[in-house]
Design a protein around this ligand. Structure first.
Ligand SMILES: Cc1ncc(COP(=O)(O)O)c(C=O)c1O
Ligand SMILES: Nc1ccccc1C(=O)C[C@H](N)C(=O)O
Length: 432
């Protein structure tokens, strides 16, 4: 049963929300974060700073001050191995072995290098790549560029699974597309950035493999809020960012996973930081890739944009990813129940799948005036974002959001709509 319901009746009084907060085993984590605004519901875009993340950043700064160049070898977490070491801490969150994960580059760069690598590895196979039409656009930009650089016309080689309803992707349509086209690589997100639909990674991977294709995923919207089993599901490769549910800060270093069976392949964007570590400083003329995911690093690890991740990960591990997921489902279920009970008659509907197992960490509420409404919410300190054409994205991230926060958001939204407060709002349509 949806935790937000009791016999079909939504719990829309604040006492119910207070009771849920009082019973919440993760409630104490809220105090470890500095959360901007009254209620911060935008952690699927940028998570807030925690004391732990600030401490690990400060530690790196202090080591830079005190150790200088020696930080590469003598830092508490020696910087030379920083990418591998943080990869090891991250590995359980994606269900991988430590040497299958590294932190490096940005998500977009990781898509370039991994898709490029596997395009090269296809050799005689057709370079068809299967994506979907609801992807975050950077994925397509990078894949198209990789195809072009190999002399392939992306219009012929990039195949799109089309959404039936403009909000979600049916996994059966991914399977059908694999039958229809000659596909070498399937590249899908774990969660669609707009509607919040959680795709079935295992099923897509299996279908790709049944058709002789590789399966890669963009896990940007799930790492840190939904558990993963990349190794046991046979996923070939994956990328993600660390600034959403991992709370490692704006532009924080990204992560990548490459299944062990692919280690040793030559990275498309090779660089000395991906060289076999033991001989990296022999500074040889030719590149020998590390025999691990570390090979897909490119240049020097950006220690200062990686450092907050160390502390941020401690918080996630202490809470435990299963407890985080459980609370996330409870919060999104509660939010959906409030939309149904209090906001449906004011023009709102829920575009996120209602089955918890098909839902990531955020809820998409649609409204014809979504852009101005989102801005009106922000003006009240209820921080959400707008995604065109009509989606208000609401992310009750479990580490620092409670049930009363969700209740306050729903109340605020009801008032804004009932009083048409959004009509007084100007939007500039830039960053959100
Ligand atoms: C699914 C997805 N992939 C990639 C990105 C961005 O990648 P990058 O961190 O390289 O800007 C985002 C968000 O910005 C995203 O939602
Ligand atoms: N990196 C950013 C920089 C600035 C503003 C937003 C982002 C996001 O991450 C947006 C996010 N990927 C989204 O799902 O819309």
């Amino acid at each position: 049963m949806d935790p937000g319901f009791d016999g079909g009746r939504a719990h829309d009084d604040v006492d119910y929300a207070r009771k849920r907060d009082a019973e919440d085993p993760l409630a104490e984590f809220r105090d470890r974060f500095d959360v901007p605004g009254e209620v911060y519901l935008d952690g699927n875009s940028l998570g807030p700073i925690s004391d732990a993340a600030e401490d690990s950043l400060e530690q790196a700064v202090e080591e830079w001050r005190e150790l200088g160049i020696e930080g590469w070898t003598d830092g508490e977490r020696p910087w030379f191995w920083y990418g591998e070491s943080l990869g090891e801490d991250l590995a359980p969150l994606v269900g991988a072995d430590p040497d299958e994960v590294v932190v490096a580059n940005s998500t977009t760069v990781n898509i370039h290098t991994l898709v490029g690598t596997f395009l090269d590895a296809l050799e005689d196979r057709p370079p068809g790549i299967l994506v979907n039409d609801l992807d975050f656009p950077t994925d397509h930009y990078a894949i198209r560029a990789q195809l072009r650089q190999r002399g392939y016309d992306p219009d012929d080689h990039l195949h799109l699974v089309e959404s039936r309803d403009g909000r979600t992707i049916d996994e059966a349509d991914v399977v059908d597309a694999l039958e229809e086209h000659d596909i070498g690589i399937v590249f899908m997100p774990s969660v669609l950035y707009r509607s919040g639909q959680l795709l079935d990674v295992e099923r897509i991977t299996e279908a790709a493999h049944d058709h002789g294709a590789l399966a890669g995923f963009d896990l940007a919207h799930t790492v840190g809020v939904v558990p993963h089993d990349c190794s046991s599901h046979g996923v070939d490769f994956a990328v993600w960012c660390s600034y959403k549910y991992l709370n490692a800060g704006p532009g924080a270093i990204a992560g990548l996973y490459v299944a062990e069976r692919h280690h040793g392949k030559t990275p498309a964007l090779a660089g000395w930081w991906g060289h076999e570590k033991e001989t990296q400083f022999e500074l040889r003329e030719r590149f020998t890739p590390a025999d691990s995911a570390g090979a897909w690093q490119i240049g020097t690890v950006p220690v200062l944009s990686a450092a907050p991740l160390a502390g941020a990960l401690e918080v996630v591990h202490e809470a435990g990813i299963d407890a985080i997921r459980e609370k996330s489902i409870a919060l999104t279920s509660y939010l959906i129940s409030l939309v149904d009970a209090k906001l449906a008659d004011l023009g709102c509907s829920v575009a996120t799948p209602r089955e918890p197992e098909r839902r990531g960490g955020h809820v998409a509420i649609t409204h014809p005036e979504a852009e101005r409404v989102s801005e009106a919410l922000r003006e009240r300190g209820l921080v959400v974002d707008f995604r065109p054409p009509d989606v208000i994205r609401v992310c009750p991230a479990p580490l620092y959001t409670g049930f009363v926060d969700v209740w306050e958001f729903a109340e605020g939204l009801r008032e804004i709509l009932a009083e048409r407060e959004y009509e007084n709002v100007d939007v500039d349509g830039t960053v959100s």
